[in-house]
Design a protein around this ligand. Structure first.
Ligand SMILES: Cc1cc2nc3c(=O)[nH]c(=O)nc-3n(C[C@H](O)[C@H](O)[C@H](O)COP(=O)(O)OP(=O)(O)OC[C@H]3O[C@@H](n4cnc5c(N)ncnc54)[C@H](O)[C@@H]3O)c2cc1C
Ligand code: SF4
Length: 326
């Protein structure tokens, strides 16, 4: 049986108090929301914080609030299952609700929060193993080791962005709110992530994610399509999110295509996006934009299924995700 390492458990009552505790303890502190990612990681010694700062007593961060503009403010502590059931989200933000429903299992979605999902650790076949397993290969760059087993000549880690909601919020151009020791800031969700398997977030470690802001429904359509071995539950080995903005004549004025599960961040398929803008979503355009997504699908041999097959299947998934926006 895997056991948790020893740690001090903090239960702050406000966001400011949580940030103060995290700032005081620096790199030896981590926040915990639902704990469905952090605690398994601690049991496998991926993360060994001496101070665990629970967010569960902080009031007001577990709400879905619809603004008069039609936009939505979602507290970071909102359970995934609450989002799944929310009538307004279901009616107007189908792609995001679909992504949420694809996360793990109903039991875990009752514990897991949207904030924890947006900040999910990156994953890799050589990393998501027990401490003993990792010790047997002398660990790797991401934790305790000196080499990347996926790309031994590489100075960086290629662990994979594996959250289902991240590609969707990036494609939708949602915002996130962060509270740190220097105050509160609101940034584009896409700017929260960086292309690095270890330092995969741009935020400061003590910054608390407090809210997700969704844009008002309008002349845009979004979709999400997930590839995984088992449809019951599995992390994405490809997660395609598409968001398209249309003019009154059905011409695409702006397009975002993001590939999750294919690199250390949700990779923008920029060539596909360029092909889409200025055109109507015809069968021919869908096929061309899908094909253009093959190159950015930077699959490596560090998740489930064959690496070449995953790359070849990316255009098919992009085309299907585009079709769902018609
Ligand atoms: C068996 C299994 C299957 C899973 N399958 C999937 C899947 O298919 N897709 C998927 O996307 N996920 C999956 N997950 C991962 C996880 O359950 C979800 O991502 C969940 O949403 C994480 O939320 P949480 O609140 O439990 O996060 P936690 O474990 O509490 O936290 C996750 C990380 O975020 C940090 N954190 C949490 N909240 C905040 C905050 N508000 N501000 C700053 N830092 C914060 C924590 O310090 C930690 O680093 C799976 C997990 C398990 C165990
Ligand atoms: S990509 Fe390389 S460094 Fe990163 S977790 Fe995997 S083996 Fe380790």
């Amino acid at each position: 049986m895997l056991r948790l390492p020893e740690f001090t458990y903090h239960r702050p009552q406000t966001a400011a108090e949580a940030v103060a505790i995290a700032s005081e303890h620096g790199s030896s502190a981590m926040y915990v929301a639902g704990g469905t990612d952090l605690y398994p990681n601690m049991k496998r010694r991926h993360q060994v914080p001496k101070h665990v700062v629970s967010l569960q007593d902080i009031p007001g961060l577990d709400k879905v609030e619809v603004h008069e503009s039609g936009g939505v403010r979602i507290g970071a502590l909102t359970k995934l299952s609450a989002m799944e059931r929310h009538p307004y989200l279901r009616q107007h933000f189908g792609a995001l609700v679909h992504a949420v429903r694809e996360i793990s299992t109903p039991l875990l979605r009752n514990m897991g929060t949207i904030g924890g999902n947006l900040l999910l650790d990156t994953r890799c076949t050589y990393y998501n193993q027990t401490h003993e397993w990792r010790e047997s290969i002398d660990f790797c760059l991401k934790k305790d080791g000196a080499i990347c087993w996926v790309a031994p000549g590489s100075p960086r880690c290629w662990a994979v962005q594996s959250s289902d909601t991240v590609p969707v919020v990036c494609a939708m151009e949602a915002d996130v709110e962060l509270v740190g020791k220097d105050g509160t800031r609101r940034i584009k969700a896409k700017d929260l992530y960086r292309d690095d398997g270890i330092q995969y977030l741009t935020k400061n470690p003590e910054e608390l994610l407090t809210r997700l802001y969704l844009p008002p429904p309008g002349a845009w359509k979004a979709s999400y399509l997930k590839l995984r071995r088992r449809d019951t539950f599995d992390f994405p080995i490809l997660g395609v999110a598409v968001c398209l903005w249309f003019d009154a004549g059905g011409v695409i004025t702006h397009a975002n295509v993001r590939l999750g599960g294919a690199g250390s961040y949700a990779i923008p398929a920029t060539e596909s996006e360029k092909l889409l803008v200025g055109n109507k979503l015809t069968d021919e355009l869908i096929a061309a934009a899908g094909a253009a997504a093959m190159k950015p699908a930077r699959t490596m041999d560090n998740t489930d299924q064959d690496v070449y097959w995953r790359k070849k299947v990316a255009p098919v998934f992009v085309a299907r995700a585009l079709m769902a926006c018609r």
